[in-house]
Write a protein that binds this ligand. Structure first.
Ligand code: PLP
Length: 412
């Protein structure tokens, strides 16, 4: 059945934070690519956990330890179903996408990468999917190779086959670009990677999971990393899905409680995955919040969410394009974007523009968005980025367009 349009007025009632004024103007929150807001349902689930169920997990035999363990492991199962993972043990909790990608780079690096091997990433990367691979390359003597960007903000897929070969150990690319909004054809990329190499295919899903239905089996990747706070969930929490056989092969990357099987004075053996990668007392409330966020997004419905974001993106692109001197980065067709609209205005500083929007109650972000290579590629030092989510309205996008017009007039 085709989902109807989102009832945005009803959804907005779930987000208490949106109902406030900034400088006497109703808040317009368009910084969702940096972090989304949290609905009452997620906040309540976390509060309920702390009010009634909290204890340390796994070790205890008492009632609260049992409940906390059920909450923690139940959320893992929930997230596994949410991304269609074949086995909940393939979901490792992390602090977020950055930690998940560092885990893969560190551990797969130790298991598989040697001097002279190659790691393929792209100019589109968030620094979280770039610096961990740089560190690995520096540690091992492996070589980083870059997939270039086209003028309209896409990965240059024609060049991908030429980067793959017998020395390629890892290919790691974003599902959706945080700096351009581009939705990448992950499934096709995965097929090509498998055809042309034996590389492990890692997907940075920080901007994918919040906006698109993720099915890790049909995407054909080996790892998928994402963060709770960008998908209506809590900060400091994320997940890494990976194929069981790879996780089994990989050494642990942090040591401590929970991750061991047996400890002797000189050496230890490791617990089974996922616990092998979860040293120390985990963020149980964070896991509970992630599960609640998945429930919330499922109730909203990804199909309707995606259509809503595309409509907002279209309104934004049409409205902003009419402002003289403006340049919008990324794909021109809103259907190729996930609710992210970055732009620059001639003779106007991006930071000044964002500051003037803030004075009108409009929250956007200015800068390189932790994607230095993207702004370098397009010859700018910074962009203003508006990014939308399920609770944003057409009216808010119109306020953005009016706000930019007014700010540009004053700044020029
Ligand atoms: N990758 C992308 C594409 C992102 O947009 C972000 C955050 O903005 C990250 C990785 C890092 O996510 P986190 O800061 O939650 O670890």
């Amino acid at each position: 059945m085709d989902a109807g349009p989102l009832n945005v007025d009803a959804l907005r009632r779930d987000f208490p934070i949106l109902h406030q004024t900034v400088d006497n103007r109703p808040l317009v929150y368009l910084d969702n690519a940096a972090s989304s807001q949290k609905p009452r349902q997620v906040i309540d689930a976390i509060t309920r956990y702390y009010l009634h169920d909290h204890a340390n997990v796994h070790r205890g035999v008492h009632e609260l330890a049992r409940r906390a363990t059920e909450a923690y492991e139940g959320s893992r199962e929930r997230i596994a179903r949410w991304i269609n993972a074949p086995d909940a043990r393939e979901v490792v909790w992390t602090r977020g996408t950055s930690e998940a990608l560092n885990l893969v780079a560190h551990s797969i690096g130790q298991a598989r990468v040697e001097s002279g091997d190659e790691i393929v990433i792209s100019e589109m990367e968030h620094h979280s999917n770039l610096v961990p691979w740089q560190l690995l390359a520096a540690r091992t003597g492996a070589r980083l190779r870059y997939l270039r960007l086209t003028d309209d903000g896409r990965l240059d897929l024609d060049a991908l086959a030429g980067l793959l070969g017998s020395r390629t150990r890892v290919v790691s690319l974003p599902h959706v670009s945080n700096a351009l909004g581009t939705v990448n054809p992950v499934r096709e990329i995965g097929a090509l990677v498998r055809e042309e190499s034996d590389a492990v295919f890692v997907v940075d899903g920080a901007q994918g999971a919040p906006h698109l239905r993720v099915d890790v089996q049909s995407l054909g990747c080996d790892f998928y990393a994402f963060s709770g706070h960008k998908m209506c969930g809590p900060t400091g929490m994320g997940a890494l899905w990976g194929r069981r056989a790879l996780f089994d092969e990989m050494p642990p990357w942090q040591g401590g409680g929970e991750m061991i099987e047996r400890v002797t004075p000189q050496r230890s053996s490791w617990a089974e995955v996922p616990h092998k990668f979860e040293a120390g007392t985990p963020n149980v409330a964070g896991a509970v919040g992630m599960g609640a966020a998945a429930d919330y997004l499922d109730a909203v419905g990804f199909e309707a969410l995606h259509r809503h974001e595309q409509a907002l993106t279209r309104t934004a692109i049409e409205g902003l394009s009419a402002i003289s001197g403006i340049r919008i980065l990324g794909p021109t067709d809103p259907r190729d974007r996930a609710g992210v609209v970055p732009f620059v205005v001639r003779r106007t500083d991006a930071q000044d523009l964002a500051t003037m929007l803030d004075a009108q109650g409009i929250a956007v972000r200015a800068g390189h968005h932790c994607a230095q290579l993207v702004v370098d590629r397009y010859g700018v030092s910074a962009t203003v980025r508006a990014s939308f989510y399920l609770y944003n309205t057409n009216e808010e996008v119109r306020r953005l367009v009016d706000g930019v017009r007014r700010a540009v007039r004053i700044l020029r």
